[in-house]
Design a protein around this ligand. Structure first.
Ligand code: HAM
Length: 461
C-alpha cells in the first residue's frame, strides 16, 4: 500500500483555498448584488460547463497568450477527447450563442454568469488557480453604448458595495487593419531596443509584440514609456467609436484614465479594452485626479497627457477586466458577431469588501421602472438612472431592444408604481413621460424637473 503523505493531503492544492462560512456569506452577498444589478438592466443568466474542448480556447485566446501557453489545465479523457478546465468565460459564451442559435433571438443578447475558472498561475496575493468570476456579455451589438454599459454594470456593482476608490483604465486596440499599422511601427521601435528587453519580451517581440506593453518587468518599463501609442494609429472609425465610449463614461461620471500600455492578454479583443483597479487614494485626491483626467480626454488624441505605466495604483491587480471582441465570432466560425463584455474577479472583490468592511444590507424593491427606446434615449437614461440612484430611489430598467409593450409588462410584474419612458422624441425634447401604472394616466415632464416630480409622486403614494 502506498503511504499517504498527510502533510500534503490535508492541505488544499497550491493556489486554491477553502472559503469558510463567514467568507462565503460575503461572497454570496456580492453575487446577490451583482445579480440584482444585472437583472435590473435586462441581463439574463447563463451557465456553461466547467470543461470545454481545448481548441475553443487555443483558437480564440491565442496560442501565444499566457493563458494558453502556461495556464490551462488540459487533459485527454478516457474517450480521447482533448478537454480543458475553462480558464475564462467569454469564449464558452460565444460558443453557446452559436450552438443555440441566439442570433435568431432579439439582439443584443445580454447575458451574465458566475462561477469558477481555472488557471495554472503562480499563486500570490489575489491570484488563485481556482478563481471566481462574475461577468456580463452583450452579444450582437457593435455600438459604443454597449461598451459603456458593460463598464457601467461593473462600476455600479462596486458602488453598490460601497467601494468608491476605483479607476477604469481604458484603451482602444483599433481593428485588424489599423492595429496592423501600429504593430509595424511598434516592432520597428522595439527592434532597436531589443538588447534591453527582458527574456520574455524578446520572445513576445516575435510572437505577439503588443504584449511587450503589458510586461511587468521594471527594465522594460522605460522602453514601454517611449513606445509609439496606439491612439495615434487608429483609423477614423475606431477613433470615433472610442471617443463615444469616453463620452458615455463622462456622462455617467465614471472615473477613467487613458492607459496606452493596456493591451489585455487575449487575442480576441479589438477596439475598447479596459481594466478596473482599486486605488488607495483618499476621495479628495481622487476627485482632483478625475477632473484632471476629464480635461485631458476632451480630445482623445492628446495621447501624451495620458497615464504613464508607472502611475498605476500601488495595488497593481485588476479587480475587473474586459473589452470588445468583435472578431471572436469569426475566429470560431464564419459569423460576424460584434460583442463586448467584462468580468469581476470575485476573490479580489470579496477580499476588498472584507478589507473595506462594507455594508451589505439588502436593497429595497424598485419603485420606478425606466424605459428607453433608441440610442439617444439610452444615453440620457444611463445618466438619469444615476440621478435616481443618488437620490436613493430604487429603480429598475431594461437596456435591451425590447418593445415598449414588453418593457411595460416587466414593469407591472415588478409591481412598480411609476414608469418613466424616454423615446427618441423625448430624448431630443429633453423630456420624459411619467406613467402612473395604477391609474393608467401619463404626463410629459421636462428632464430638469423629472427627479423632483417623481420624488413628490412617490412621497404622496
Ligand atoms: P481577465 O482580465 O483575465 O478577463 O479576468 C477578469 C478578472 O478575473 C480579473 O480582472 C481579475 O479580477 C480576475 N482574475 C483573473 N485571474 C485571476 C486569478 N488567477 N486569481 C484571482 N482572480 C483572477 C477575462 O477573463 C475575460 N473573459 C473578461 C471578459 C468578459 N472580456 C470580455 N468579456
Amino acid at each position: 500500500m502506498t503511504k499517504i503523505n498527510l502533510k500534503d493531503v490535508l492541505r488544499t492544492p497550491k493556489g486554491t483555498r477553502d472559503l469558510l462560512p463567514e467568507e462565503v456569506a460575503v461572497w454570496q452577498k456580492i453575487e446577490e448584488r451583482a445579480r440584482e444589478v444585472a437583472e435590473y438592466y435586462g441581463f439574463r443568466p447563463i451557465r456553461t460547463p466547467h470543461i470545454e474542448h481545448t481548441e475553443l480556447f487555443t483558437a480564440s485566446l491565442g496560442e501565444a497568450s499566457d493563458v494558453v501557453e502556461k495556464q490551462m489545465y488540459s487533459f485527454v479523457t478516457r474517450g480521447h477527447d482533448k478537454l480543458t478546465l475553462r480558464p475564462e468565460g467569454t469564449a464558452p459564451i460565444m460558443r453557446a450563442y452559436m450552438e443555440h442559435g441566439m442570433r435568431a433571438w432579439p439582439q443584443p443578447v445580454m447575458l451574465y454568469y458566475n462561477g469558477s475558472f481555472f488557471r495554472h498561475e503562480n499563486p500570490q496575493r489575489g491570484r488563485y488557480r481556482e478563481l471566481g468570476q462574475f461577468g456580463f456579455e452583450i452579444l450582437g451589438d457593435d455600438s459604443p453604448v454597449a461598451d459603456a454599459m458593460i463598464i457601467r454594470m461593473l462600476t455600479l456593482v462596486l458602488e453598490e458595495l460601497g467601494i468608491k476608490n476605483f479607476t477604469v483604465h481604458i484603451n482602444t486596440l483599433g481593428d485588424k487593419e489599423c492595429r496592423g499599422d501600429y504593430k509595424k511601427e511598434l516592432v520597428q521601435y522595439l527592434r532597436k531596443k531589443v538588447n534591453y528587453l527582458c527574456k520574455d519580451c524578446k520572445i513576445r517581440l516575435k510572437q505577439n509584440p503588443l504584449r511587450v506593453l503589458d510586461c511587468k518587468d521594471p527594465n522594460c518599463a522605460e522602453i514601454k514609456a517611449g513606445a509609439p501609442q496606439m491612439i495615434e494609429y487608429v483609423c477614423a472609425a475606431c477613433k470615433s467609436h472610442f471617443k463615444e465610449v469616453l463620452e458615455f463614461l463622462d456622462e455617467l461620471g465614471i472615473p477613467y484614465l487613458l492607459d496606452h500600455a493596456l493591451v489585455r492578454g487575449l487575442d480576441y479583443y479589438s477596439r475598447t479594452v479596459f481594466e478596473i483597479f482599486l486605488d488607495e487614494k483618499k476621495p479628495e485626491e481622487k476627485k482632483k485626479k478625475k477632473e484632471e483626467v476629464k480635461t485631458e480626454n476632451a480630445e482623445v488624441t492628446e495621447a501624451a497627457d495620458a497615464v504613464k505605466p508607472q502611475e498605476k495604483p500601488a495595488l497593481n491587480i485588476a479587480i475587473a477586466g474586459g473589452g470588445r471582441y468583435d472578431y471572436l465570432g469569426k475566429m470560431l466560425s464564419s459569423k460576424d458577431i460584434p460583442a463586448t463584455g467584462g468580468a469581476f474577479g470575485l476573490d479580489r472583490l470579496t477580499d476588498a469588501a472584507r478589507e473595506l468592511n462594507i455594508n451589505l444590507a439588502r436593497k429595497k424593491a424598485p419603485k420606478l421602472f425606466l424605459i428607453q427606446l433608441g440610442s439617444h434615449a439610452k444615453k440620457k437614461s444611463l445618466a438619469l438612472a444615476e440621478e435616481f440612484r443618488q437620490a436613493n430611489i430604487p429603480l429598475a430598467m431594461s437596456f435591451s431592444r425590447d418593445s415598449i409593450g414588453s418593457q411595460l409588462k416587466i414593469a407591472s410584474r415588478l409591481g412598480v408604481g411609476y414608469v418613466v419612458i424616454i423615446g427618441q422624441k423625448e430624448a431630443f425634447d429633453e423630456t420624459a413621460i411619467v406613467r402612473n401604472m395604477e391609474a393608467g394616466v401619463q404626463e410629459t415632464i421636462p428632464l430638469p424637473r423629472l427627479l423632483s416630480y417623481v420624488k413628490n409622486k412617490l412621497k404622496s403614494k
